[in-house]
Design a protein around this ligand. Sequence first.
Ligand code: 5RP
Length: 263
Amino acid sequence: MDWGMENRMSQLLQSDGRCFFLPIDHGYFQGPTTCLEKPGETIKPLLPYCDAIFVTRGVLRSAVPPACSKPVILRVSGGTSIVGKDLGDERITTSMEEILRLNATAVGVSIFVGSDYERETLLNLTSIVNECERYGIPVMAVTAVGKELEKRDARYLALSCRIAAELGARVVKTYWCENFEKVVNGCPVPVVMAGGPRCETEREVFEFVHDGIARGAVGLNLGRNVWQNRHPVAMMQALRAIIHENVGVDEADDIYRRVSREK
Ligand code: 5RP
């Protein structure tokens, strides 16, 4: 691995090999998502506890201070909306010149395996990998399912993650599922978990995150279950402790309760 790629990867995965990304890219197809209407205000108290942010160029420019020292994973696929025909019909939205100008540490692109747009989205991935590799910029593939949330089982996610890695993704972001080790064991690059829609309780979040880490995920890219929570700073601290301090579910719950009382 060349120095630039290695340097960027080490900004994503910390010295313990783990990572905690804060995604605020939802507006690129959902519009002003609940609690993300003003992304700059939402992330301000959360930034100290994340290792990187996942964001589009529009929100980066309008809501993230340029002096922000957190690595930026730039969302570079899109072109669809929640009210449109098919969320899978994405293209690459951001030029290589813009990726460099914005000083992105990495980029993120969705693939929709098994959808009508499987081929197009996989070729989106390969084209951005071809360009980014020339400049030492890692590509994170996002195994997206659009509105078909029931697709998220180990067989499907293992298939999607493996394909993403085979096509050149340096990191793969996917959903947690039962038997998560099947997903991780079949994927030759680090696997990061996303959250999906809000869970009913904080404990449910801590349980799936703890389970996924125990089964080999290197970290987390969690949005709604953090910033839609009543105590997002407490969520960040509790989740950070699971990822970087190997605490269990009970201890994470204690941290959440203690910090939420303080705020
Ligand atoms: C949205 C994304 C998000 O980054 C990802 O889904 C994580 O957010 P959440 O935990 O809210 O699902 O890729 O397109």
